[in-house]
Ligand binder design. Structure first.
Ligand code: HEM
Length: 204
């Protein structure tokens, strides 16, 4: 018999799926602008630019909601590290590498107070509090390059801002692949996805 714990309040679910759609739009249009042959683009260049700019601005606003939501509700506490971070990360990685295949119990069972295991927590903190803020900041700088970058720091800084923006975009893309893969490791391969829809996490 499985047990269900309510872990994802409505606002987190709405933010999450809205954020996922925006990130997918940004990744697809970003790849199209960066890599496709201008003569035969994946998506028409002017459409990619418009979609990328609009989705980027909405992502920045939606990030403010995530940030405020985590300050104003108990969900924010889930993003604090527990004592013994390194030891906990190693123990969780060991479980994913070996223990899970031997049918061992997870070292950090999911509870209402601790809904993330240490690796999940580390990746969510890294992506939500380092990568996304940097991709937004560099994106805003690239949107107003003359005013925000060139006048103050010169042309070289524009190049560095661009590289940083693309690098952060890659990190978000990599995170997304790993994130979706790890979300399939649940009570059933689909149960974590259902959890982010109905709010309830299913445990063994
Ligand atoms: C199609 C894309 C995506 C799918 C299918 C997906 C799926 C999921 C699922 C099933 C969960 C709940 C399981 C868990 O707690 O780990 C989750 C949580 C989460 N995801 Fe995603 N995700 C997607 C995109 C993203 C993106 C692009 C980001 C960030 C850039 C993201 C950040 C998060 C965060 C921070 C949580 C924890 C939220 C909380 O409970 O406070 N996800 N995701």
């Amino acid at each position: 018999m499985s047990e269900k714990i309510y872990l994802y309040p409505v606002w987190i679910r709405l933010w999450h799926w809205f954020n996922a759609i925006l990130c997918l739009l940004l990744i697809i249009t970003g790849i199209s602008m960066q890599y496709s042959d201008p003569a035969y683009p994946m998506i028409r260049f002017d459409w990619s630019v418009s979609i990328h700019n609009i989705a980027g601005i909405i992502l920045a606003l939606s990030y403010i909601c995530f940030f405020l939501g985590n300050i104003l509700t108990p969900n924010g506490r889930q993003y604090f590290f527990r004592k013994g971070i390194v030891k906990n990360l190693i123990s969780q990685a060991r479980y994913y590498a070996f223990g899970i295949f031997k049918g061992e119990n997870p070292p950090f069972p999911i509870t209402k107070e601790h809904k993330f295991n240490p690796l999940q927590k580390f990746s969510y903190i890294f992506v939500m509090y380092v990568t996304i803020p940097l991709v937004i900041l560099t994106g805003i700088m690239l949107l107003y390059p003359d005013f925000l970058v060139i006048d103050f720091f010169g042309n070289k800084a524009l190049h560095i801002t661009d590289i940083l923006h693309v690098m952060m975009g890659f990190i978000v893309s990599l995170f997304l692949i790993v994130h979706i893969y790890f979300c399939t490791i649940g009570h059933t391969p689909l149960s974590n996805f259902k959890g982010m829809i109905n709010g309830y996490h299913e445990t063994h």
